[in-house]
Design a protein. Structure first.
Length: 159
């Protein structure tokens, strides 16, 4: 027996509305870095030297003059030798240091979750040991229900 097209359309449309708000208010927790993936390559030594000259050279005044990063090439390399990483589902992302081995990044555990709101944008921030951080950005308002991640219990809801 075939389902009439208008009935099929109504069912699909109705299920979309029913799933929308429930999905938006679902609880979120910090993703496991063991499953995170590096989505951008680390800069090469030549790229770092080139951008150091631009960022810290004659044009430094255009970038606000970052005194700490520009004190030496080693300081600049420490600050700018980063690559974009994402959680397995792509909902969290962050720039993590290329000076740290991927195995050490994958082994880092979540420590704390907190939320910030700036204008119409909310940031749900997951801090990990070894100074790693992944962020989920959304226009929904987020509320952290459990901030401490040491027992794996940190969670938030965004609606």
């Amino acid at each position: 027996m075939a389902i009439p097209k208008h009935l099929l359309f109504a069912l699909l449309l109705g299920s979309g509305f029913a799933a929308g708000p429930a999905a938006a208010a679902s609880p979120m927790s910090c993703p496991d870095l063991a499953d995170a993936v590096q989505v951008a390559a680390c800069p090469t030594e030549a790229e770092l030297r080139y951008t150091f000259m631009g960022f810290c050279g004659d044009s430094a005044r255009l970038y606000g003059g970052d005194i700490l990063a520009c004190s030496s090439f080693e300081s600049y390399r420490e600050a700018k030798n980063i690559a974009l990483w994402e959680s397995a589902d792509g909902s969290f992302s962050g720039y993590l240091s290329c000076n740290v081995a991927p195995a050490a990044i994958h082994g880092s555990k979540a420590v704390r979750m907190h939320a910030e709101r700036k204008g119409s944008l909310s940031r749900l921030i997951c801090d990990y040991d070894n100074d790693h951080r992944l962020v989920h950005r959304t226009k929904a308002a987020c509320r952290v229900e459990a901030e401490d991640c040491s027992g794996g219990a940190c969670r938030a809801s965004c609606d």
